[in-house]
Design a protein around this ligand. Structure first.
Ligand SMILES: NC(=O)c1ccc[n+]([C@@H]2O[C@H](COP(=O)([O-])OP(=O)(O)OC[C@H]3O[C@@H](n4cnc5c(N)ncnc54)[C@H](O)[C@@H]3O)[C@@H](O)[C@H]2O)c1
Length: 367
Protein backbone atom coordinates (compact mmCIF):
# COMPACT_ATOMS: atom_id res chain seq x y z
CA UNK A 1 0.00 0.00 0.00
CA UNK A 2 1.09 3.60 -0.50
CA UNK A 3 0.95 5.53 2.77
CA UNK A 4 1.11 9.33 2.90
CA UNK A 5 2.11 11.55 5.82
CA UNK A 6 1.17 15.20 5.27
CA UNK A 7 2.36 18.13 7.36
CA UNK A 8 -0.28 19.29 9.83
CA UNK A 9 -1.57 22.71 8.83
CA UNK A 10 -3.92 23.36 11.73
CA UNK A 11 -2.79 26.39 13.71
CA UNK A 12 -0.04 25.58 16.24
CA UNK A 13 -0.08 21.82 15.59
CA UNK A 14 3.47 20.52 15.69
CA UNK A 15 2.80 16.81 15.96
CA UNK A 16 3.12 14.49 12.96
CA UNK A 17 1.27 11.26 12.15
CA UNK A 18 4.33 9.06 11.74
CA UNK A 19 7.91 8.97 13.02
CA UNK A 20 10.87 7.56 11.07
CA UNK A 21 10.44 4.38 13.17
CA UNK A 22 6.95 3.94 11.66
CA UNK A 23 8.28 4.49 8.14
CA UNK A 24 10.94 1.85 8.79
CA UNK A 25 8.31 -0.74 9.82
CA UNK A 26 6.07 -0.01 6.83
CA UNK A 27 8.95 -0.17 4.34
CA UNK A 28 10.08 -3.45 5.95
CA UNK A 29 6.57 -4.74 5.18
CA UNK A 30 7.00 -3.75 1.50
CA UNK A 31 4.88 -0.60 1.60
CA UNK A 32 5.74 2.76 0.09
CA UNK A 33 5.72 5.83 2.34
CA UNK A 34 5.49 9.43 1.09
CA UNK A 35 6.24 12.13 3.65
CA UNK A 36 5.60 15.80 2.94
CA UNK A 37 8.77 17.86 3.20
CA UNK A 38 9.09 19.33 6.72
CA UNK A 39 6.16 17.29 8.10
CA UNK A 40 8.10 16.13 11.16
CA UNK A 41 10.14 19.25 11.86
CA UNK A 42 7.91 20.54 14.66
CA UNK A 43 8.45 17.25 16.49
CA UNK A 44 12.19 17.12 15.84
CA UNK A 45 12.14 14.67 12.89
CA UNK A 46 13.75 15.93 9.69
CA UNK A 47 13.50 14.94 6.01
CA UNK A 48 16.80 13.08 6.11
CA UNK A 49 15.61 11.01 9.12
CA UNK A 50 12.57 9.90 7.12
CA UNK A 51 14.65 9.25 4.01
CA UNK A 52 17.11 7.11 5.96
CA UNK A 53 14.14 5.07 7.21
CA UNK A 54 13.03 4.51 3.61
CA UNK A 55 10.49 7.25 2.89
CA UNK A 56 10.27 9.40 -0.21
CA UNK A 57 9.92 13.12 0.50
CA UNK A 58 7.32 15.02 -1.54
CA UNK A 59 7.26 18.78 -1.83
CA UNK A 60 3.57 19.54 -1.45
CA UNK A 61 0.58 18.39 0.54
CA UNK A 62 -1.32 18.03 -2.74
CA UNK A 63 1.17 15.43 -3.98
CA UNK A 64 0.91 13.44 -0.74
CA UNK A 65 -2.89 13.24 -0.92
CA UNK A 66 -2.93 12.58 -4.68
CA UNK A 67 -0.42 9.71 -4.55
CA UNK A 68 -1.47 7.80 -1.38
CA UNK A 69 -3.95 5.01 -0.64
CA UNK A 70 -3.92 5.85 3.06
CA UNK A 71 -3.25 9.16 4.83
CA UNK A 72 -1.94 8.96 8.40
CA UNK A 73 -2.06 12.21 10.34
CA UNK A 74 -2.89 13.73 13.73
CA UNK A 75 -5.68 16.31 13.50
CA UNK A 76 -8.87 16.30 11.48
CA UNK A 77 -8.51 17.70 7.95
CA UNK A 78 -9.24 21.42 7.79
CA UNK A 79 -11.15 23.15 4.97
CA UNK A 80 -8.03 23.64 2.83
CA UNK A 81 -7.54 19.86 2.77
CA UNK A 82 -11.10 18.81 1.93
CA UNK A 83 -10.63 18.92 -1.85
CA UNK A 84 -7.34 17.04 -1.69
CA UNK A 85 -8.96 13.90 -0.28
CA UNK A 86 -9.48 11.09 -2.79
CA UNK A 87 -12.53 8.87 -3.17
CA UNK A 88 -11.93 5.57 -1.34
CA UNK A 89 -8.77 6.89 0.38
CA UNK A 90 -8.27 5.75 3.99
CA UNK A 91 -7.87 8.64 6.46
CA UNK A 92 -6.53 7.52 9.83
CA UNK A 93 -6.44 10.44 12.30
CA UNK A 94 -8.31 12.21 15.13
CA UNK A 95 -11.62 13.53 13.74
CA UNK A 96 -13.97 14.38 16.67
CA UNK A 97 -16.84 14.49 14.15
CA UNK A 98 -19.55 15.22 16.70
CA UNK A 99 -18.09 18.68 17.25
CA UNK A 100 -18.22 19.71 13.56
CA UNK A 101 -21.08 19.29 11.14
CA UNK A 102 -19.02 20.98 8.40
CA UNK A 103 -16.26 18.39 8.74
CA UNK A 104 -18.80 15.55 8.83
CA UNK A 105 -20.49 16.77 5.65
CA UNK A 106 -17.15 17.30 3.91
CA UNK A 107 -16.00 13.77 4.73
CA UNK A 108 -19.33 12.30 3.59
CA UNK A 109 -18.89 14.18 0.32
CA UNK A 110 -15.27 13.03 -0.07
CA UNK A 111 -16.34 9.32 -0.07
CA UNK A 112 -13.16 8.53 1.86
CA UNK A 113 -12.87 5.86 4.58
CA UNK A 114 -12.54 7.84 7.82
CA UNK A 115 -11.14 5.86 10.75
CA UNK A 116 -11.05 8.02 13.89
CA UNK A 117 -8.35 7.50 16.53
CA UNK A 118 -10.67 8.66 19.29
CA UNK A 119 -13.28 5.94 18.76
CA UNK A 120 -10.93 2.96 18.44
CA UNK A 121 -12.05 1.08 21.53
CA UNK A 122 -10.79 -1.97 23.40
CA UNK A 123 -13.13 -4.62 24.78
CA UNK A 124 -12.95 -3.17 28.29
CA UNK A 125 -14.21 0.18 26.97
CA UNK A 126 -10.84 1.93 27.13
CA UNK A 127 -9.73 4.17 24.26
CA UNK A 128 -6.14 3.14 23.45
CA UNK A 129 -5.44 5.99 21.03
CA UNK A 130 -6.60 8.67 23.48
CA UNK A 131 -4.81 7.30 26.56
CA UNK A 132 -1.30 8.54 25.64
CA UNK A 133 -2.52 12.13 25.31
CA UNK A 134 -4.13 11.93 28.75
CA UNK A 135 -0.86 10.56 30.09
CA UNK A 136 1.02 13.51 28.62
CA UNK A 137 -1.55 16.03 29.92
CA UNK A 138 -1.63 14.47 33.40
CA UNK A 139 2.12 14.64 33.80
CA UNK A 140 2.30 18.09 32.27
CA UNK A 141 -0.39 19.39 34.63
CA UNK A 142 2.04 19.19 37.55
CA UNK A 143 4.88 20.77 35.58
CA UNK A 144 2.61 23.69 34.64
CA UNK A 145 0.99 23.88 38.07
CA UNK A 146 4.38 24.05 39.78
CA UNK A 147 5.41 26.89 37.48
CA UNK A 148 2.25 28.94 38.08
CA UNK A 149 2.55 28.53 41.85
CA UNK A 150 5.50 30.89 41.61
CA UNK A 151 4.93 34.42 42.93
CA UNK A 152 5.96 36.39 39.81
CA UNK A 153 3.07 34.74 37.93
CA UNK A 154 0.63 35.40 40.82
CA UNK A 155 0.85 31.97 42.45
CA UNK A 156 1.06 31.31 46.19
CA UNK A 157 4.84 31.24 46.12
CA UNK A 158 5.03 27.60 47.18
CA UNK A 159 7.71 25.11 46.10
CA UNK A 160 5.88 21.82 45.63
CA UNK A 161 8.62 19.67 47.12
CA UNK A 162 9.24 21.99 50.09
CA UNK A 163 12.76 21.97 51.58
CA UNK A 164 14.13 20.55 54.83
CA UNK A 165 12.30 22.38 57.60
CA UNK A 166 9.43 23.52 55.33
CA UNK A 167 6.42 21.32 54.59
CA UNK A 168 5.89 20.36 50.93
CA UNK A 169 3.09 21.82 48.81
CA UNK A 170 -0.29 20.12 48.71
CA UNK A 171 -1.85 18.88 45.47
CA UNK A 172 -5.53 17.94 45.13
CA UNK A 173 -6.30 15.72 42.14
CA UNK A 174 -9.94 15.38 41.09
CA UNK A 175 -10.42 12.12 39.17
CA UNK A 176 -8.24 9.04 39.48
CA UNK A 177 -8.29 8.12 35.78
CA UNK A 178 -5.39 8.36 33.35
CA UNK A 179 -4.84 12.11 33.84
CA UNK A 180 -5.29 11.91 37.61
CA UNK A 181 -2.98 8.99 38.21
CA UNK A 182 -0.19 10.46 36.08
CA UNK A 183 -0.58 13.82 37.80
CA UNK A 184 -0.51 12.21 41.25
CA UNK A 185 2.57 10.24 40.34
CA UNK A 186 4.46 13.34 39.17
CA UNK A 187 3.41 15.39 42.19
CA UNK A 188 4.43 12.58 44.52
CA UNK A 189 7.75 12.33 42.70
CA UNK A 190 8.41 15.99 43.47
CA UNK A 191 7.73 15.28 47.13
CA UNK A 192 4.36 17.05 47.34
CA UNK A 193 1.56 15.84 49.58
CA UNK A 194 -1.19 14.52 47.27
CA UNK A 195 -4.90 13.94 47.82
CA UNK A 196 -6.61 12.13 44.94
CA UNK A 197 -10.39 11.85 44.74
CA UNK A 198 -12.78 9.76 42.65
CA UNK A 199 -16.28 8.33 42.84
CA UNK A 200 -15.05 4.96 41.62
CA UNK A 201 -13.94 2.89 44.62
CA UNK A 202 -12.20 0.35 42.40
CA UNK A 203 -9.98 3.14 41.09
CA UNK A 204 -9.26 4.45 44.58
CA UNK A 205 -8.29 0.95 45.73
CA UNK A 206 -5.87 0.61 42.80
CA UNK A 207 -4.33 4.00 43.54
CA UNK A 208 -4.04 3.15 47.20
CA UNK A 209 -2.22 -0.09 46.30
CA UNK A 210 0.34 1.42 43.95
CA UNK A 211 1.08 4.92 45.27
CA UNK A 212 3.46 5.89 48.06
CA UNK A 213 1.97 6.77 51.44
CA UNK A 214 2.06 10.54 50.85
CA UNK A 215 -0.63 10.02 48.17
CA UNK A 216 -3.92 9.82 50.03
CA UNK A 217 -7.18 8.69 48.44
CA UNK A 218 -10.53 10.17 49.34
CA UNK A 219 -14.06 9.67 48.03
CA UNK A 220 -15.19 12.52 45.82
CA UNK A 221 -18.21 14.41 47.11
CA UNK A 222 -19.02 18.08 47.61
CA UNK A 223 -18.36 18.02 51.33
CA UNK A 224 -14.84 16.61 50.92
CA UNK A 225 -14.01 18.87 47.98
CA UNK A 226 -15.13 21.99 49.92
CA UNK A 227 -12.88 20.91 52.80
CA UNK A 228 -9.76 20.19 50.72
CA UNK A 229 -9.75 23.23 48.45
CA UNK A 230 -9.05 25.35 51.56
CA UNK A 231 -5.74 23.64 52.28
CA UNK A 232 -4.34 22.59 48.90
CA UNK A 233 -2.03 24.76 46.78
CA UNK A 234 -2.57 23.13 43.40
CA UNK A 235 -5.81 21.57 42.16
CA UNK A 236 -5.86 19.32 39.09
CA UNK A 237 -9.17 18.70 37.27
CA UNK A 238 -9.06 15.27 35.63
CA UNK A 239 -12.64 13.99 35.76
CA UNK A 240 -14.50 12.54 32.83
CA UNK A 241 -18.07 11.43 32.34
CA UNK A 242 -17.88 9.54 29.05
CA UNK A 243 -19.63 11.44 26.28
CA UNK A 244 -20.95 14.16 28.60
CA UNK A 245 -19.92 17.54 29.89
CA UNK A 246 -17.63 17.32 32.91
CA UNK A 247 -19.47 17.94 36.20
CA UNK A 248 -18.83 21.29 37.95
CA UNK A 249 -17.14 19.98 41.07
CA UNK A 250 -15.82 23.43 41.99
CA UNK A 251 -18.41 26.18 41.71
CA UNK A 252 -17.79 29.91 41.52
CA UNK A 253 -18.70 30.50 45.18
CA UNK A 254 -16.02 28.03 46.28
CA UNK A 255 -13.15 30.15 44.92
CA UNK A 256 -13.37 32.50 47.88
CA UNK A 257 -12.64 29.57 50.21
CA UNK A 258 -9.27 29.00 48.52
CA UNK A 259 -6.15 30.83 49.57
CA UNK A 260 -4.97 33.63 47.24
CA UNK A 261 -2.55 32.25 44.66
CA UNK A 262 -4.05 28.75 44.64
CA UNK A 263 -3.61 27.29 41.15
CA UNK A 264 -6.23 25.25 39.29
CA UNK A 265 -5.11 23.25 36.25
CA UNK A 266 -8.37 22.09 34.70
CA UNK A 267 -7.25 19.41 32.27
CA UNK A 268 -10.90 18.47 31.68
CA UNK A 269 -11.40 21.84 29.93
CA UNK A 270 -11.89 20.02 26.62
CA UNK A 271 -15.11 18.54 28.06
CA UNK A 272 -16.25 21.88 29.48
CA UNK A 273 -14.08 21.67 32.60
CA UNK A 274 -14.86 20.51 36.15
CA UNK A 275 -14.62 24.05 37.55
CA UNK A 276 -17.48 26.47 36.93
CA UNK A 277 -15.10 29.33 36.11
CA UNK A 278 -13.10 27.35 33.54
CA UNK A 279 -12.83 28.74 30.03
CA UNK A 280 -10.42 27.44 27.38
CA UNK A 281 -7.02 29.15 27.09
CA UNK A 282 -4.05 28.72 24.76
CA UNK A 283 -0.34 28.07 25.21
CA UNK A 284 0.30 31.70 24.23
CA UNK A 285 -1.84 32.98 27.11
CA UNK A 286 -2.47 29.97 29.34
CA UNK A 287 -3.81 31.51 32.57
CA UNK A 288 -6.29 34.01 33.95
CA UNK A 289 -7.19 34.96 37.50
CA UNK A 290 -10.60 35.02 39.17
CA UNK A 291 -10.94 35.84 42.88
CA UNK A 292 -7.12 35.56 43.26
CA UNK A 293 -7.21 31.96 42.02
CA UNK A 294 -4.97 31.22 39.02
CA UNK A 295 -6.77 29.19 36.32
CA UNK A 296 -4.74 27.23 33.73
CA UNK A 297 -7.14 25.78 31.15
CA UNK A 298 -5.22 24.96 27.97
CA UNK A 299 -7.36 22.71 25.81
CA UNK A 300 -4.49 21.07 23.89
CA UNK A 301 -1.82 20.60 26.53
CA UNK A 302 0.11 17.86 24.61
CA UNK A 303 0.68 20.40 21.82
CA UNK A 304 3.37 22.08 23.93
CA UNK A 305 5.52 18.94 23.98
CA UNK A 306 5.22 17.71 20.38
CA UNK A 307 8.21 15.38 20.48
CA UNK A 308 6.88 13.39 23.45
CA UNK A 309 3.30 13.57 22.19
CA UNK A 310 4.16 12.44 18.66
CA UNK A 311 6.18 9.48 19.85
CA UNK A 312 3.56 8.52 22.47
CA UNK A 313 0.77 8.72 19.87
CA UNK A 314 2.57 6.91 17.07
CA UNK A 315 3.67 4.13 19.43
CA UNK A 316 0.00 3.18 19.74
CA UNK A 317 -1.22 4.01 16.22
CA UNK A 318 1.52 2.15 14.34
CA UNK A 319 0.22 -1.40 14.97
CA UNK A 320 -3.12 -0.33 13.47
CA UNK A 321 -1.42 1.45 10.55
CA UNK A 322 0.48 -1.75 9.80
CA UNK A 323 -2.70 -3.82 9.92
CA UNK A 324 -4.51 -1.42 7.60
CA UNK A 325 -1.60 -1.38 5.17
CA UNK A 326 -1.05 -5.13 5.22
CA UNK A 327 -4.68 -6.23 4.93
CA UNK A 328 -6.66 -3.27 3.61
CA UNK A 329 -9.34 -1.64 5.77
CA UNK A 330 -12.11 -4.21 5.22
CA UNK A 331 -10.12 -7.28 6.32
CA UNK A 332 -8.27 -5.38 9.05
CA UNK A 333 -11.55 -4.14 10.57
CA UNK A 334 -13.16 -7.57 10.24
CA UNK A 335 -10.33 -9.18 12.19
CA UNK A 336 -9.78 -6.41 14.72
CA UNK A 337 -12.89 -5.40 16.66
CA UNK A 338 -11.12 -2.44 18.34
CA UNK A 339 -10.06 -1.00 14.99
CA UNK A 340 -13.53 -1.49 13.51
CA UNK A 341 -14.88 0.77 16.27
CA UNK A 342 -12.81 3.51 14.64
CA UNK A 343 -14.85 3.42 11.43
CA UNK A 344 -16.87 6.65 11.44
CA UNK A 345 -17.63 7.48 7.80
CA UNK A 346 -17.19 4.96 5.02
CA UNK A 347 -17.38 5.95 1.38
CA UNK A 348 -20.03 8.59 1.93
CA UNK A 349 -22.02 6.86 4.73
CA UNK A 350 -21.88 7.67 8.44
CA UNK A 351 -21.46 4.30 10.20
CA UNK A 352 -20.95 5.48 13.80
CA UNK A 353 -24.20 5.67 15.74
CA UNK A 354 -23.46 8.73 17.89
CA UNK A 355 -22.36 10.81 14.90
CA UNK A 356 -25.45 9.81 12.91
CA UNK A 357 -27.61 10.75 15.93
CA UNK A 358 -25.84 14.07 16.48
CA UNK A 359 -26.58 15.20 12.94
CA UNK A 360 -29.89 13.32 12.55
CA UNK A 361 -28.51 11.07 9.82
CA UNK A 362 -29.46 7.51 9.10
CA UNK A 363 -26.88 4.98 10.31
CA UNK A 364 -26.51 2.28 7.64
CA UNK A 365 -25.36 -1.26 8.39
CA UNK A 366 -21.86 -1.95 7.14
CA UNK A 367 -21.58 -4.91 4.76
N1 LIG B 1 -6.53 19.61 28.18
C1 LIG B 1 -5.93 18.66 27.48
O1 LIG B 1 -5.02 18.93 26.70
C2 LIG B 1 -6.33 17.24 27.66
C3 LIG B 1 -5.50 16.20 27.20
C4 LIG B 1 -5.89 14.88 27.44
C5 LIG B 1 -7.09 14.62 28.12
N2 LIG B 1 -7.88 15.66 28.53
C6 LIG B 1 -9.15 15.48 29.27
O2 LIG B 1 -8.89 15.11 30.61
C7 LIG B 1 -10.07 14.51 31.15
C8 LIG B 1 -9.73 13.24 31.90
O3 LIG B 1 -9.29 12.25 30.97
P1 LIG B 1 -8.86 10.78 31.43
O4 LIG B 1 -8.28 10.12 30.25
O5 LIG B 1 -8.07 10.83 32.69
O6 LIG B 1 -10.27 10.14 31.75
P2 LIG B 1 -10.53 8.79 32.58
O7 LIG B 1 -11.84 8.26 32.12
O8 LIG B 1 -9.34 7.90 32.53
O9 LIG B 1 -10.68 9.30 34.09
C9 LIG B 1 -11.71 10.10 34.52
C10 LIG B 1 -11.98 9.80 35.98
O10 LIG B 1 -12.92 10.76 36.49
C11 LIG B 1 -13.65 10.07 37.47
N3 LIG B 1 -14.82 10.84 37.90
C12 LIG B 1 -16.04 10.91 37.31
N4 LIG B 1 -16.86 11.69 38.06
C13 LIG B 1 -16.12 12.12 39.11
C14 LIG B 1 -16.40 12.94 40.24
N5 LIG B 1 -17.62 13.48 40.44
N6 LIG B 1 -15.43 13.16 41.14
C15 LIG B 1 -14.20 12.62 40.96
N7 LIG B 1 -13.89 11.83 39.93
C16 LIG B 1 -14.83 11.58 39.02
C17 LIG B 1 -13.95 8.74 36.83
O11 LIG B 1 -14.40 7.77 37.77
C18 LIG B 1 -12.60 8.40 36.21
O12 LIG B 1 -11.80 7.63 37.08
C19 LIG B 1 -10.98 14.30 29.94
O13 LIG B 1 -11.93 15.32 29.88
C20 LIG B 1 -10.04 14.37 28.76
O14 LIG B 1 -10.70 14.74 27.56
C21 LIG B 1 -7.51 16.96 28.29
Amino acid sequence: MIVGVPKEIKNNENRVGMTPAGVFELVKNNHTVYVQSGAGEGSGFFNQDYQKAGATILDTIGQVYAMSDMIVKVKEPIAQEYDLIQKGQILFTYFHFASSEALTKAMIKSKAVCIAYETVEDEDGTLPLLTPMSEVAGRMAIQQGAKFLEKPVKGRGVLLGGVPGVAPGRVLVLGAGTVGIQAAKMAAGLGAHVTIMDVNMKRLRQVNDIMPSHVVTEFSNEFNIRKHIQTHDLIIGGVLLKGAKAPNLITRDMLKDMRPGTVIVDVAVDQGGCVETTKPTTHEDPTYIIDDVVHYCVANMPGAVPYTSTVALTNVTLPYVLKLANMGWRSACKLDKSLSMGLNIVEGEVVYKEIAETFHLEEPVLV
